[in-house]
Design a protein around this ligand. Structure first.
Ligand SMILES: Cc1cc2nc3c(=O)[nH]c(=O)nc-3n(C[C@H](O)[C@H](O)[C@H](O)COP(=O)(O)OP(=O)(O)OC[C@H]3O[C@@H](n4cnc5c(N)ncnc54)[C@H](O)[C@@H]3O)c2cc1C
Length: 455
């Protein structure tokens, strides 16, 4: 057994993961001047022959999506499964990968050109993160860059020009890493009840305008904050007007993008099931001094601003999920073809083959929903049913694909050598975060079907 390559029994399967054609290397900055000529269209099928490169000929990708796929696939080919298994084992943030993605400007894929971005859409960003996860990087790879791609959407939309320059430029260049602080231990999904607070201290002139030295004092707790061990910055949501002082609970919350100052914030890592390379943390802070200049948009209007990025995040999480699903399926098909028991490949048994075939169909169906949601988002559609449905369907399809991949490997599915156990542990994440399956069903029941609010 071991991890040897397959023995050529896949003549009937064409190039899902073929080697890329010989073409010039492409960076995100490429989009500023030109685009790649379209490749010939092929059917979407899986070749388990090659694990180094991902298939580039999906028939439905636009030219710019295909260019993204090709360039990201090329970067990811330098970070094989063994890199991610080691990062997991050593519990080490994938710095080299983050730098490789930042190096070619990819962190600015959706950001304005004047701050160093490429102004592409969520549809291209979804291809980017799907490709990262699908390369075998799974959530460790996707989460290492995820927040930096879409997370500063509220700054892009509501920040001043000075803030955009100060905040977006170093993020896009990979000089700053940012984390995202919304969830709190005592309130969970009931975000509007969050208990952390910020109190303004005015030391500038009395005219009412912002003075130098004006700041907020933040006190409270956050939980599950990804990358806080390595991030220099945090986008944090906190209450500036108590619930009793507002007419609607969505009012009175404010958003800050500021230094994650370790002398003022106690950060404790949470031991967890998977994705050990990318940390998750509890944060505790008491009178943490945050400059008033780091408030994004208007005080008390933070919830609306954070909501703006939510649909985009759901689309990206969904794309990452199907990426893992395809990675698991690729490995399962590879194994099912080469593992012989009872005198034939196990994949010749319909009991092994059919669940994998079903997973391909489920992943493709979720993929269509993701790219429909992304297209609508890029066209300015603001409602959340497609983004939520895409996240739900993708997470479930990916979970099933990973589970089936583990089972198709038999005992070796439980061994680290074949990587599917790592995918399986990580694929739980999109079922839980950033919003649970139940809350998505609540949303669809209420907003789409017009049923009474159930909670
Ligand atoms: C690996 C990982 C990384 C994360 N990264 C971040 C991050 O970077 N930043 C951040 O802010 N957060 C992050 N989160 C937090 C994540 O968004 C939350 O865990 C998630 O939103 C669920 O909240 P909770 O854990 O408090 O669940 P709870 O609110 O305690 O809910 C528990 C369960 O009860 C169900 N439930 C609750 N209320 C209802 C209801 N009314 N109807 C039906 N079911 C209900 C939920 O669906 C869920 O299944 C991360 C979480 C994980 C696991």
């Amino acid at each position: 057994m071991g991890s040897k390559r397959p023995n050529g029994s896949f003549a009937t399967l064409s190039q899902y993961f073929t080697r890329p054609r010989s073409r010039p290397s492409i960076s995100c900055n490429h989009f500023k001047s030109t685009t790649t000529p379209p490749l010939p269209r092929h059917t979407r099928s899986i070749s388990v022959r090659a694990t180094e490169y991902l298939q580039l000929h999906d028939p439905d990708l636009t030219d710019s999506q295909r260019t993204v796929r090709e360039a990201i696939s090329k970067i990811c080919s330098k970070f094989p499964d063994s890199y991610w298994a080691t990062a997991e084992k050593e519990h080490r943030f994938p710095v080299e990968f983050h730098q490789a993605i930042a190096g070619d400007g990819w962190l600015g894929i959706c950001m304005p050109a004047e701050y160093g971005g490429s102004e592409l859409g969520i549809a291209e960003a979804a291809v980017m993160v799907q490709t990262i996860a699908e390369s075998g990087a799974a959530y460790a790879g996707a989460s290492a860059v995820h927040m930096n791609i879409f997370g500063l959407e509220p700054v892009r939309k509501f920040g001043t020009d000075e803030q955009k320059r100060r905040m977006l430029v170093p993020l896009i260049a990979g000089e700053h890493r940012a984390c995202f602080g919304v969830t709190e231990p005592n309130t969970g999904l009931d975000t509007l009840k969050l208990q952390s607070k910020a109190v303004k201290v005015k030391v500038g002139d009395e005219s009412g305008s912002e003075g130098e030295g004006d700041h907020y004092l933040l006190s409270g707790q956050k939980i599950w904050i990804s990358t806080a061990q390595v991030a220099e910055k945090i986008l944090i949501l906190t209450r500036t007007t108590p619930l009793e002082g507002v007419t609607k609970p969505s009012q009175g919350l404010s958003l800050f993008y500021t230094d994650l100052d370790r002398s003022q914030v106690q950060i404790t890592e949470i031991p967890k099931m998977g994705r050990a390379a990318v940390d998750s943390n509890s944060l505790f802070f008491d009178d943490w001094k945050v400059p008033a200049a780091d408030l994004i948009g208007q005080e008390n209007h933070g919830f609306k601003m954070i909501m703006h990025g939510m649909n985009a995040e759901r689309i990206l999480i969904a794309a990452e999920a199907i990426g893992i699903g395809y990675a698991a399926l690729r490995r399962a098909a590879l194994y099912a073809g080469e593992r012989h028991v009872f005198g034939r490949p196990i994949g010749q048994n319909q009991g092994v083959q059919h669940p994998l075939a079903t997973s391909w169909m489920e992943l493709e169906a979720a993929r269509l929903m993701i790219y429909q949601a992304a297209r609508l988002y890029d066209e300015g559609y603001e409602a959340g049913e497609y983004a939520n449905a895409a996240k739900f369907l993708a997470a479930e399809a990916a979970y099933k694909a990973c589970e089936r991949a583990v089972l198709a490997h038999g005992g070796m599915g439980y061994a680290k050598e074949y990587h599917v156990e790592r995918y399986f542990r990580e694929v739980m994440i999109p079922r839980i975060a950033p919003v649970s399956r139940e809350m998505i069903m609540n949303y669809i029941g209420q907003r789409v079907l017009g049923l009474p609010k159930s909670y």
